[in-house]
Write a protein that binds this ligand. Structure first.
Ligand SMILES: C[S@@+](CC[C@H](N)C(=O)[O-])C[C@H]1O[C@@H](n2cnc3c(N)ncnc32)[C@H](O)[C@@H]1O
Length: 230
């Protein structure tokens, strides 16, 4: 992740949101060495074929931010604005960094973000961070397991960020797939580092017969970028 400077977030044109993002990214950077030591033994896999999520200890991540990088947030904000996305969905809130980018787009587009997270201390912190950013009215965080909380989504979706645990990307995608509008964008983080756990998703969205076009893009970090075309 780059050094945190105010210009990283200037595109949002929102001093409150920018200040909160700067604070949160600085806190995330402080976890940098812990993350480096955690991933060091798996460096070859991470940079090669990717790590299988099943080998990970989920508890290690209980207090980790593991956010999208600022270039990804900026890119998603721009895509949401380009689409005039009003109904945005996120799987994996964590401390609310990505949610703030999406919420600012929702505010600018006259829309709303639904995000979901199952760790209650993260939900509480994310709500506080989003409140501090002045964006609470544009976000609903559903506390609980996404496999339950996203079962009854009743809006058609313009843009989706799937950023929960990698092995749930495809099941969660299939759960919300009936709600995707034609032209919807689906972004998935960590597709390179955890590729073995997302191969099912990648095989599906890269098969144009399923009605999608998709590729990995790299706004500083690999992210699968899919558009529903049918
Ligand atoms: C990579 S982090 C999300 C980072 C966040 N999108 C950001 O950019 O700041 C993944 C989050 O998904 C949450 N998560 C994982 N599996 C989940 C599930 N089944 N239901 C809800 N949340 C889940 C984890 O607790 C974790 O906080």
């Amino acid at each position: 992740m780059p050094k945190v400077t105010p210009d990283l977030f200037a595109i949002l044109n929102d001093p409150k949101a920018e200040a909160v993002l700067a604070k949160l990214y600085k806190a995330a950077l402080k976890q940098g060495w812990t993350m480096v030591f955690h991933f060091l033994p798996k460096a070859f896999k991470l940079l090669g074929k990717g790590v299988n999520w099943k080998t990970e200890n989920e508890q290690f991540y209980d207090d980790k931010y593991i956010p999208i990088v600022p270039a990804q947030g900026t890119f998603l904000y721009m895509q949401a604005r380009a689409l005039n996305a009003k109904n945005i969905l996120e799987f994996g809130t964590s401390y609310g960094i990505s949610t703030i980018y999406l919420a600012k787009a929702a505010k600018d587009n006259g829309g709303k973000v639904i995000s979901t997270e199952y760790l209650s201390h993260k939900v509480k912190a994310a709500r506080e961070n989003i409140e501090e950013a002045g964006l609470s009215q544009y976000v609903d965080i559903l506390e609980g397991d996404a496999r339950e909380t996203l079962k009854n989504i009743d809006t058609e979706l313009d843009l989706v960020l799937l950023d929960g645990w990698p092995d749930l990307v495809f099941p969660i995608f299939k759960l919300i797939e009936p709600k995707l509008k034609k032209g919807a964008i689906i972004a998935v983080d960590d597709v390179e580092g955890f590729k073995p756990s997302m191969q099912d998703y990648l095989d599906y969205v890269r098969n144009t017969e399923n009605g999608y076009i998709s590729m990995t893009i790299k706004p500083n970090k690999g992210m699968e970028f899919t558009i529903k075309v049918k």
